[in-house]
Design a protein around this ligand. Structure first.
Ligand code: ADP
Ligand code: NA
Length: 332
């Protein structure tokens, strides 16, 4: 049996979005506060699977760390660190490149979406992304991984890697990790297109709410969010076939720590012209204390770097013996 340990990460490939907050960070904080050991990573090695400007990468790494802390992660209770500062991630990823199969990678929907029709020109790292993610998780023998819905397939691949390694080498060394995908907003959609997820790497800034957007920007983006001409229904069934409407109600429910049914009991029958300002006020009330604190933390980059350095040392203390044992099992 493996002792419970939580691991997750976010890419510093842009600013944090409302999707990252509701799908990931909010749950990270709850899991920290529940007392389980928690390890949260800034996954810069993942970010460079697509081009990143070096100065922007450096800034976004600090900003994401500030976002973690501002949202409630405590560097004394959670290990917060940057992936590239713990070389064991890349080392275990190589082993897993030799365990995972080409066919597994080729079936990943994120690979298909991101490489698109131009796979010949995508980086090799983008293809191997899920093997690195398996290494991130299994390097700590993590048992639970809080993520948004879009990462479910990658988590299944992590389980496949662990199972194949254990089977091939005749050991019970890596745990079969459980994804934790819970709440009303495990898949926040683009404000401009309810069939696409909200993402920090979407070229359209109007498609997302950034954690650092000011109150006016948040209100404007929500006012302009795509909806349909119908009023809000009084039951969840009335959102069937209305992805844009459903998205805004999901966001409201998650921000108010409520459920879609409870929200619709209150707002059913209202027009979106009335609901959108309510949603904007709620989003501003929830996000502005976090963005204010992020801005304050960003004034002291040396302190952020110190926190990341301390986190990396604590992460390595766990990762290094697990990598050594892996090498031994493999015959190295
Ligand atoms: P992004 O797509 O914004 O670059 P990442 O790939 O860095 O996000 O994912 C970081 C975490 O945020 C993951 O757990 C992911 O599932 C979650 N996440 C990202 N976008 C969304 C979204 N639109 N809705 C819910 N969770 C999301
Ligand atoms: Na992403």
């Amino acid at each position: 049996a493996f002792t419970p340990r939580v691991f997750s990460g976010i890419q510093p490939s842009g600013g944090l979005t409302l999707g990252n907050y509701l799908g990931a960070i909010k749950r990270f904080v709850q899991m920290q506060d529940s007392g389980t050991p928690t390890i949260y990573c800034v996954v810069d090695l993942h970010a460079i699977t697509v081009w990143q400007d070096p100065a922007a990468l450096r800034r976004q790494t600090r900003e994401l760390t500030a976002g973690y802390i501002a949202a409630g992660l405590d560097p004394a209770r959670s290990i917060l660190f940057n992936q590239s500062q713990v070389p064991e991630h890349a080392q275990l990823a190589w082993i897993f490149n030799c365990v995972a199969r080409m066919g597994w990678m080729g079936r990943m929907t994120q690979w298909k979406d991101k490489a698109g029709k131009n796979a010949e020109n995508a980086s090799l790292g983008l293809f191997a992304y899920p093997a690195l993610m398996a290494a991130d998780i299994l390097l700590y023998h993590a048992t639970h991984v809080p993520v948004g819905e879009d990462q479910k397939q990658h988590l299944e691949l992590t389980r496949d890697v662990a199972a194949k390694f254990n089977h091939d080498y005749g050991v019970d060394f890596f745990p079969i990790t459980e994804p934790v995908i819970e709440g009303a907003a495990t898949r926040v959609m683009s404000l401009r297109d309810g069939s696409k997820k909200m993402s920090k790497s979407d070229p359209s800034d109007a498609s997302r709410i950034n954690m650092t957007d000011d109150a006016d920007t948040i209100a404007k983006k929500i006012r302009k969010a795509k909806t349909d001409p119908e009023a809000l229904p009084s039951e969840a069934a009335g959102l069937e076939g209305r992805p844009d409407a459903r998205n805004l109600v999901n966001i409201y429910a998650a921000l108010s720590d409520s459920t879609v049914d409870a929200v619709l009991r209150d707002v059913g029958g209202k027009q979106f012209s009335e609901f959108k300002p309510m949603l904007a006020d709620l989003a501003v009330a929830r996000l502005s204390p976090i963005s204010t604190e992020m801005a304050r933390l960003m004034q002291d980059p040396a302190e952020i770097d110190r926190i990341l350095g301390d986190g990396a040392a604590r992460a390595r203390a766990i990762a290094s013996p697990i990598l050594q044992k892996t090498y031994e099992i493999v015959g190295m």
